[in-house]
Structures are given as structure tokens and as C-alpha cells.
Design a protein around this ligand. Structure first.
Ligand SMILES: Cc1cc2nc3c(=O)[nH]c(=O)nc-3n(C[C@H](O)[C@H](O)[C@H](O)COP(=O)(O)O)c2cc1C
Length: 184
């Protein structure tokens, strides 16, 4: 099958993850392509369109949100999958309500209806020194709001990677299994 992986990234981790996912599809003989959402064409010829973005303030970056908005109708009749790349991939419960993790993908899945055959949250990375001043300030105010101590804040400002090729390949493997199951 032909698989298009459309991604949105600010600092590159989601581009790397998109390539790992593509590599796993290729290893099974599928034709897999990656494209940045800001320049990707219409998803007309793909058997499966996989879409993912770095998570910023609990959602996708704008270029991928716009891509989904623009092509939701075209995609709704096809097969799609969604992923997010984040430092915290599990949902948390606060005051009796769950937030974050895969729940962040629900609003995008809702636009794509029954076409969605799989979703995953994958681990990303943060290199504080390479961020824009705006992002540095955003993170600092989040850490203050969360009540982190100076030691905890300093820990978070160290370069941290949680990127994991094995989990990206597992996501691709699960998608291949889902497509094969649908075919039967
Ligand atoms: C300003 C800012 C906001 C972020 N917001 C979230 C968030 O809400 N939830 C989360 O788990 N990770 C958050 N992250 C971590 C990113 O999702 C993570 O670094 C990801 O790997 C970035 O992807 P990219 O390199 O493809 O842009 C944030 C990072 C920055 C710099």
C-alpha cells in the first residue's frame, strides 16, 4: 500500500519520528513517504494517511491542524491514523477528570470519523537552549504555575530525550495489522 506520513514539527523530533515510522512500513514492502504539513499536497492517492505533530499546549501545531481541517472530508472516506509527540504521553487525572495523553487526539479523531484506524502518543525531546525566547518563557511560566522547585525546574531545563524508535516501529506494526484485519 501507499502510506503518506504528514507531520508538523517545531524542533525536529516529529520529523525524525515520521521517518522512523516510514522506515517500518518500507521494511514490509509498503511505499511510505513523509511530508511536512505546511507544504504537503492533497491526500488523494494514499491508502493510509498517518498524521502527527509535536504537542504544544495540549494540541497539534497549526500547519497540521489546518491540513486536517482542509482535507477532513477527503480523508473521512479513506484510512487515517494519528499520533502526537510529547514529553508526557500518559493522561493524568485532576479533580476527577482525565486530561492529556491520547485524549488530546480526540478532537482530531472526531473530524476524521470512522477513517481513523489507529492512534498513539510517542515520546519526544526538549533541548531548552535551542528554543525560541517565547517558548523558553512559556515553559518557565508553566513550571512556575505547576509549583516546581528550583531543582525540579533545573532538571527540566537539561537537554532531555525520550525518543524511542522501538515504540515508533510498534505503532507502524499495529497500523499494518489493522489494515490487514480490515482487508479480511
Ligand atoms: C512551549 C512548549 C510547550 C509544550 N507543551 C507540551 C504539552 O502541552 N504537553 C506535552 O506533553 N509536551 C509539551 N511540550 C513538549 C513537546 O511536545 C516535545 O518537546 C516534542 O518533542 C516537540 O516536538 P517537535 O520537536 O517535533 O517540535 C512542549 C514544549 C514546548 C517547547
Amino acid at each position: 500500500m501507499k502510506v503518506n506520513i504528514i507531520f508538523s514539527t517545531r524542533y525536529g523530533s516529529t520529523g525524525q519520528i515520521a521517518s522512523w515510522i516510514a522506515e517500518r512500513f518500507s521494511a514490509d514492502g509498503h511505499e511510505a513517504f513523509t511530508a511536512d504539513a505546511s507544504s504537503a499536497g492533497a491526500p488523494v492517492d494514499a491508502d493510509l494517511t498517518v498524521m502527527g505533530s509535536g504537542i504544544y499546549s495540549h494540541g497539534y501545531l497549526k500547519p497540521l491542524e489546518e491540513y486536517i481541517g482542509r482535507y477532513a472530508e477527503t480523508l473521512a472516506d479513506k484510512k487515517t491514523a494519528l499520533f502526537g509527540v510529547a514529553m508526557k504521553t500518559e493522561p493524568i487525572m485532576h479533580n476527577g477528570r482525565s486530561h492529556g495523553g491520547i485524549l488530546m487526539l480526540e478532537k482530531y479523531a472526531a473530524k476524521l470519523g470512522k477513517s481513523v484506524i489507529g492512534c498513539a502518543m510517542l515520546h519526544g525531546q526538549m533541548i531548552f537552549s535551542s528554543m525560541t525566547d517565547e517558548d523558553k518563557e512559556g515553559l518557565m511560566s508553566f513550571y512556575r504555575m505547576a509549583g516546581f522547585s528550583e531543582t525540579e525546574t533545573n532538571e527540566r531545563m537539561k537537554p532531555r530525550t525520550m525518543m524511542n524508535k522501538a515504540e515508533c516501529w510498534e505503532f507502524a506494526e499495529n497500523l499494518i495489522k489493522s489494515v490487514n484485519r480490515i482487508k479480511q
